[in-house]
Design a protein around this ligand. Structure first.
Ligand code: ZN
Length: 144
């Protein structure tokens, strides 16, 4: 893949340096079977360095997962060599099946078919609580 251009797919831009690999893993891009370019420490006028992620196919991607890791990114949707949409993300109010609850007594650890749901309870501090037991979400307990 030419990393400068993609015909159809996504260019996820303005990722905070170091976060592209997290997004890559959380979106399970290594198992998705399409071309992916992960560029770290690219030069950025705004922040000095940034990461970029290019996905060479218009697959279904969970924008909440991206926004949870890095709400300041821009998701460019490319169709026939043109950017048809620039999506600005916002920190999601609700996370469904993005992370596990870390409370061993939580109902989600015994009832395996329950969705893992977290609600944003403090937007400024980016604090999420489990929908069932109210335990504060620990970062990086991702469901891969
Ligand atoms: Zn819980």
């Amino acid at each position: 893949m030419n990393i400068d251009t993609i015909k159809n797919g996504y260019v996820i831009d303005h990722i905070t340096a170091g976060n592209a690999i997290k997004i890559y893993r959380l979106l399970d891009l290594e198992n998705i079977g399409c071309q992916v370019a992960l560029i770290t420490n690219a030069k950025s006028k705004k922040t000095g360095t940034k990461d970029l992620l290019k996905i060479g196919e218009l697959i279904d991607i969970n924008l909440d997962k991206i926004a949870f890791i890095d709400p300041d990114v821009t998701v460019n949707i490319v169709k026939n060599d043109k950017i048809i949409e620039k999506k600005k993300l916002e920190i999601p109010e609700k996370l469904v099946n993005v992370c596990y609850c870390n409370n061993p007594r939580c109902i989600t650890s015994t009832e395996r078919n329950l969705n893992q749901i977290f609600n944003l309870t403090n937007k400024k501090e980016k604090i999420y609580r489990c929908n069932y037991c109210e335990t504060i979400l620990e970062k990086d307990r991702f469901i891969y």
